[in-house]
Design a binder for this molecule. Structure first.
Ligand code: NAD
Length: 350
């Protein structure tokens, strides 16, 4: 039930809000924008952040709906019940390795699920192509996507919003497909959409299957730190808090139908990244070599068989979002890494 005070507020639907980026986004919005009510629709897959439920308990303008974005009846019901005036769509299957093992669920969630949400928004906000319902003019659908849709780079150059789509994994192909369906709803029906394509995120509440949590948790437990291939693949890392601030900005100020790339000029090879985390740990909690038989956490790094079709390098040209909307990343990498290590240490040992 919506209480009386909340019914006069603008209500946003956040999908996948119990996952890594969605949970950080919701906590940021609830803390900075008390004028919004937020409804989180999440299927609660293995990837959810278990502690998030308790963290939202203090916010009266937050509601949770357990269900799938593929369920058209449910999504239509949510739009109507809560009078949804904006969508920020995070829900996805998001791990490349899983998409190699089981691509079908990526097609269902990332493509069919996105289509289902667009359908609901179209029906609820519009009377037909180019005909927005009265009082629904400012309703917006913000699709959260990845730089992986652009494929892979050689050692030079960066992805811009004009780069060709050339996805290589079932994950990135499903995200690329969803981007194109979102785009088509704007071009065909005039739905108010924006798309953001972001580089690799790190920070609190990320599932342990992803690279940075794997490095931190393996090191803290003195287990081998697995690094694919030669460790020379390059990623452009952005703290999740910088990402959620960029999303908030684009949702409010981005131009209809536009795409904005988000990244922070922070390129590291996977090996350099693992070594940096090990160096921080060596400083923070030096190993007792007698007990562990190790003098540095970096001795735990082990190369493992490369991921099939492993993209070589991602790098984002963020000049559009910087020039047009004034966004830039603020969190220095070492500071963000230390904070992230502390978060995982607390989770592991509490
Ligand atoms: N993590 C990154 O580095 C990164 C970078 C760029 C873009 N993205 C994109 O950002 C979005 C969020 O990524 P993340 O890392 O937070 O993912 P995540 O895997 O941590 O969380 C995904 C969330 O979606 C939910 N979900 C999955 N299937 C669903 C369904 N059918 N219905 C409802 N909810 C469902 C899960 O339960 C989970 O809470 C994704 O769209 C991803 O493609 C992620």
């Amino acid at each position: 039930m919506i209480n009386e005070e909340a019914s006069s507020m603008t209500t946003l639907l956040v999908t996948g809000g119990s996952g890594f980026i969605g949970s950080n986004f919701i906590l940021h919005m609830l803390s900075t924008r008390p004028d919004y009510r937020i409804v989180n629709l999440d299927k609660l897959t293995y990837a959810t952040s278990p502690e998030f439920d308790q963290e939202t308990a203090i916010f009266p303008h937050y509601s949770f709906v357990h269900g799938s974005i593929e369920n058209q009846e449910l999504v239509d019901f949510i739009f109507k019940k809560y009078d949804i005036r904006g969508v920020i769509h995070f829900a996805a299957e998001s791990h490349v390795d899983n998409s190699i093992e089981n691509p079908g669920v990526f097609v269902q969630t990332n493509i069919v699920g996105t289509f289902t949400l667009l359908n609901a928004a179209l029906r609820y906000w519009m009377d037909g192509p180019g005909k927005v319902k009265e009082s629904y003019e400012s309703c917006r659908f913000h699709h959260i996507s990845t730089d992986e849709v652009y494929g892979t780079l050689e050692n030079e150059g960066k992805f811009t919003e004009e780069s060709n789509y050339a996805p290589n994994s079932p994950y990135s192909a499903s995200k690329a497909s969803s981007d194109l369906i979102v785009r088509s709803f704007q071009r065909t029906y005039g739905l108010n959409v924006v798309i953001t394509n972001c580089s690799n995120n790190y920070g609190p509440r990320q599932h342990k299957e992803k690279l940075i949590p794997t490095i931190i948790l393996s090191a803290l437990q003195h287990k081998p730190i697995p690094i694919y291939g030669t460790g020379r693949n390059v990623r452009d890392w952005l703290h999740v808090q910088d990402h959620v601030e960029a999303i908030q900005l684009v949702f409010h100020n981005g131009t209809v139908g536009e795409t904005y790339n988000i990244g922070s000029d922070n390129e590291w090879t996977n090996l350099e990244l693992a070594q940096e985390i090990c160096t921080i740990l060596d400083e923070q909690e030096p190993l007792q070599s007698k007990e562990s038989g190790l003098s540095s956490y970096s001795e735990l790094i082990q190369f493992v068989e490369d991921r099939p079709g492993h993209d070589w390098r991602y790098a984002i040209d963020n000049s559009k979002i910087h020039t047009e909307l004034g966004w830039q990343a603020h969190i220095p990498f070492r500071v963000g890494l230390k904070q992230t290590i502390d978060w995982y240490r607390t989770k592991l040992f509490s």
